[in-house]
Design a protein around this ligand. Structure first.
Ligand SMILES: [Zn+2]
Length: 185
């Protein structure tokens, strides 16, 4: 048998057709039926979560950019001014997002001048995500780092999804003092 998991995303306005995306599929052969193949394995569950998370986060980011691609006052679309990738870390995977930069309109620039600022371009997504890390992820890192070593915490977090070997969030001052060894590292 083959099981396929689809995600259906519908916008609130219902003006656009729902987006349907296949995120995961697996096959189980009936002759291999045994306790190990009954249900999802941990690796399969992690893949499912990562795919759903990536689909949700990238869609939310795209919708957010659409809603912030024009001036809220004069409704003028902002001209595009390049894009770059930002990395957003979540408990269920690290996701690359395209962050579009826009030139602002003349009324937004005049408004900024009145507030003593000089703003000719804006990156809505980069401004929304200054930490580049989901608060729940940061909370769990800090909580676990307070009670066990880096090696133990990295191993434990790897069990649920993520590989921390290149995670710069761990380089923060105050976190490494907890990394006394429980695994000899
Ligand atoms: Zn405007």
């Amino acid at each position: 048998m083959k099981m396929t998991l689809q995600v259906v995303i519908e916008d609130e306005d219902h003006h656009t057709p729902p987006m349907v995306k296949e995120v995961f599929s697996l096959e189980r052969r009936s002759e291999n039926f045994c306790p190990e193949t009954l249900g999802l394995s941990l690796d399969e569950a992690k893949d499912v979560l990562a795919e759903i998370q990536t689909t949700l986060v990238t869609t939310q980011a795209a919708r957010f950019l659409e809603q912030h691609s024009f001036c809220p006052d004069c409704r003028m679309p902002y001209p595009k001014n390049g894009a770059h990738q930002i990395t957003f870390r979540t408990l269920f995977g690290t996701i690359k997002l395209t962050s579009q930069r826009f030139y602002t309109c003349s009324c937004a620039q005049a408004k900024a001048r009145r507030q003593g600022q000089k703003q000719i371009s804006v990156s809505p997504l980069a401004n929304l995500l200054p930490e580049r890390t989901a608060p729940e992820f940061t909370h769990l890192q800090t909580k676990w780092a307070a009670i066990m070593s880096y090696g133990c915490t990295a191993n434990l977090l790897e069990e649920i999804r993520i590989n921390l070997s290149h995670e710069p969030a761990w380089d923060r001052p105050g976190v490494d003092r907890y990394w006394a060894s429980c695994d000899g590292s």
